[in-house]
Design a protein around this ligand. Sequence first.
Ligand code: AMP
Ligand code: MG
Length: 471
Amino acid sequence: MTGGPQLDDSYARAVPELSLPWTAVRAPAPRLLLLNDALATGLGLDPAALRAPDGVALLVGNGPPGGVRPVAQVYAGHQWGVWKPRLGDGRALLLGELVDPGGQRHDLHLKGTGPTPFARGYDGMAAIGPMVREYLMGEAMHALGVPTTRALAVTATGAQVQRDTPLAGAVLCRVAASHLRIGTVQYAAATGDRDLLRALADHAIARHHPAAADADEPYLELFRSVVDAQASLVARWMLIGFVHGVLSTDNTTLSGETIDYGPCAFMDAVDPATVFSSLDTTGRYAYGAQPDIVGWNLARLGESLAPLIGDDAAVQDVLAGYPAAHRRYRTAGMAAKLGLAREDEQLGTDLMELLHAQRIDFTSFFRALSAGTARDLFLDRAAFDAWAARREALLPADRAAVARAMDRVNPVYVPRNHLVDAALDAAGQGDLGPVHQLLELFAAPYDERPGRAEFARPAPGGAPHVTYCGT
Ligand code: AMP
Ligand code: MG
């Protein structure tokens, strides 16, 4: 790749105190496992050049540097509710920023590139399985219309990583609107340096919420924009049954993109208490807890921006609007899923209770509903009939059009945990076939494929309630 892509470092220049120039540990024998051709092309990169030795070297952190120095970003955060004054990229680097042919700026970020000064005693490495999981989840979320970071590539390093057993190491190359997190603002606020906090907020405004720059109170408007973006994001998660798994403030972005796919998964049978992280013993980040916990994270953002805003009552006002904003997004999304002519919040709430009470598979219910076979899923049919009659009253006259519209927003295929785990097991054995098969299904999740019924079903015998998706 002649010269490599030209990268920028606007973040490092805007807030030099918030990152540290750092170099990746050299990968001894890089081997490209997955490359996202569509994403590369959209970024203005040539997939063939990325597959060549210089391209692979770029994707694994061996260079060429692209004109700027990679940095490790520092941030703080509340993990499991506990304040951590210094987290940061322990095993990751911001390679640089790429401006695509449409003028959009993206972070190119590497994960698994060796310990940085923020590694807190961890090894700074990543294994193939979790990095391929992040690739799969990001692509599925993107095709489902959810704002998300995306993987450009996974490259095996040729080095071994010690987990419970020795595993093959890998580097994920991730593309994000930015890596600005609530935890980044928390870190800047905690330094007590008002100028640093202002520089960070200005950078965030310019990058993600440029309209805020013209508002009477730009920092209050920034806060309002992030609250709105997160209210919308969490609604989308709830509408597809996604459980993030670790919603610490450092995993909550200012851009409103989903970030850091660790112990995340899609819910099969509806249960608000669904958790997938073996660490989440209290259900802090359970499916049904997500709207509230993101609200909690946004409150921490409000506190951090408060010194710039200087009007605590206004901050509280914006925060107080979050639950209603979230419910509006969710009610509108649910109306589309149900094919309704007009929104009805209570109908959606009652549906979720009904699905929970009868342990109905979330994803396939909506396709069964459009196909007219949903009733068969219920043991207590009278309860379904009563709910269905209320829905019926809200449907437009052209029922065929309703069914078609529903099938454009209700996926057939989502990354169910048992499918992802099986594909990752195969990848660990060197067979990427099942991963490619899933990527193909998830790229067009609304199109039913012949002979692929087993990929649309929940785990045989019921999904395990807790899985161990180590990172
Ligand atoms: P996460 O839960 O993946 O968002 O990570 C939380 C924090 O732990 C971040 O600061 C990571 O950089 C850091 N971290 C996680 N795994 C490792 C590792 N193997 N080596 C160094 N830092 C890590
Ligand atoms: Mg994280």
